[in-house]
Design a binder for this molecule. Sequence first.
Ligand code: ADP
Ligand code: ZN
Length: 727
Amino acid sequence: MSSFLQIVIASGLRQVFTYLAADNTPLPAIGCRVLVPFGRSQRVGLIVGHADTCDVDESKLKPIAEVLDEAPLLPDYLWHLGNWACDYYQHPKGDALLHLFPVRLRQGHNNQLISRFWRKQSTDVDLSRAPKQALIWQQLSQLPAGFGEGQLNHIGLAYKDIRPLLDKGILAPATPHEQSVNPQINQAPLSLNQEQEQVFTAINSADDFACHLLHGITGSGKTEVYLQLIQRCLSKGQRALILVPEIGLTHQLLERLQQRFHNRILALHSGLTEQQRLDAWQQASLGQADLILGTRSAVFTPIPKLGLIIIDEEHDQAFKQQEGFRYHGRDVAIKRAHTSNIPVLLGSATPSLESLANAQRGRYQHHHLRQRAGVANQERYEVIDLRQQPVQAGISARLHDIMQTQLGAGHQVLLMLNRRGFAPSLQCQSCGQTVACPACDASMTLHKHPTRLHCHHCDHRQPVAIHCPSCSAQQMRPLGSGTERIEEQLHIDFPDYPVYRIDRDSTRNKGSLEGLLEKVHQGQPGILIGTQMLAKGHHFPHVTASVIVDADSGLFCNDFRGPERLAQLIIQTAGRAGRTSLPGTAYIQTYQSEHPVITTLTQAGYRAFAEQELSYRQQAMLPPFGHLALFLVQARHEQQAYQLLGWLQHQLRSSAFGKLTQQLQHFGPMPAPMARRANQYRVQLQLQHASRQHLQTLCRHLCLLLEQHPDSKKLRWSLDIDPQDMG
Ligand code: ADP
Ligand code: ZN
């Protein structure tokens, strides 16, 4: 009988630890959580294997302290998905697998149901003498006979409201069980136009795995197609998972889902408390919700009878986790659909070059929506050449005129600038120095409300310097413009119109974004200025002009994905304008009006841009043609990081790897684009390979080597497979 347990712990280590099973108790199953002694404390571990023998001295092994679960909490398909993901992304298993659980469970809380469930006992009740209770009973008619606390809260009621009904025995406590799924329609679906109908039929034609890429311009009715596919999925008795890149978009899509369906919808995002997350996770795993809508990590939600996965705005880099377990939510979702043998749909107006290439290679089915649905007009572009006119705080004379005209005609104007704060730096007019963050290789951003210098990389704050830290001259001036500065200028230039600034600073307080959006939606002429928050998914029916204030920052970025991101931002921003019968124009301010990214995009569109960019990528063997992996070492002393990565590179050059290194290129060790952050030097080694498999194997060897190197225990190192952000 096996009596050794192989256990992983969230410790940052790749090692699997061996513990002794407790005597006289049944052996806990693989996948169960346990508490184990670890160093001087106890930690939560996961059982990943059983063994009869063990190659260390048995007397040195410790028994586990406690078995936390009677049976594994993750269903098989998630256990496999989690194992696949930590294998593919080469993340330490304990950290990766425990990442699949809500934080409360990671911490060792028990999984007893915390949410309460009730059942209606009678349909024939006389509450004529208790009008308040009668009202509540009537509200409950919206819910099925058995319902949970989440559903109760969803219709605006709380436990205290139903207490009297429980006391009367009209309601009784119940245990939840999986309920059958059926579409419950609130609002009739729109009748699809011809393009939508074709896409819908094609996607709907099979229930097996297929990856569909839906490339539809903004406003072309992608969401309507999603809703109708979801309805089909529900009518087959199956559930749907919908992923969006960020919390702001969950609210919008949730509204559309609720308008259409009366079904139980769970929204999972970072705005929930840990307890709410646990509740939601439990409800989902019990089949208490039919539709699950969430951000990246929702891809790991247990959902019985899952029939469809939709990934909206699939190009968005927020799907990639940038710290710790660096998985790509879209790619994991595709893997999930594949193993569950169900269709997955990626939607975007600006698909990622990776997805477009997969469609071209026939791996994904490619669908198009080329026309705007309903009455909306197609957007037009105008490039504003900044070399030919005066510019005041980021606003050119031409733009000023355009705004005057549009506002005068009663419309709204939207300005997009991806830099919050007043100015990206504060510069000395005498010696030219800018104020740098003491802990990072970056300049401090000047903020005016409240007035201070702020490092956006490490959060360091300091008072605004009056004297230059270098030459002591008293001539400090803001350099460049952020959203606050443009806002200030707009108040001066257009005193008769309201200006709404929408960025992380102005929307920090709960409800403030909703408040601002509500004012915008009233439709009075006015100006919106904001960061990319504004470019994502929002619907601004009164905007007739959308403006990219500074396209050049995207053109001259040292990440090879810079042009792709800029193109996506331009198209997405343009998509905010002209969403109704009013024609919309997108304006692009640049000093580089002849740049091929700008000209191709505005004259020939996103597809043409993508073709052009893909051919550059192919020449350079960059993704999606070659594959990347990035080793990053962070250290207090730069030299240590260089030494470790230099040693790693030396291993690569040795002949030990044979054929694996034949098509490998490696760059570095070199400073990461942000060479020092929060007092840590950041050095990287980039690997680029024509074969994904060979790169995987190489990285696996390198991780093992690194783990054995004595310095790797003193320094922080990480590996990013398919990096989205080059450091
Ligand atoms: P997308 O998700 O591609 O941006 P939406 O699904 O939000 O597009 O549709 C844009 C607008 O067009 C919405 O107001 C929507 O109600 C409307 N719409 C979509 N499909 C149709 C249709 N078949 N008939 C009429 N209006 C439609
Ligand atoms: Zn800093």
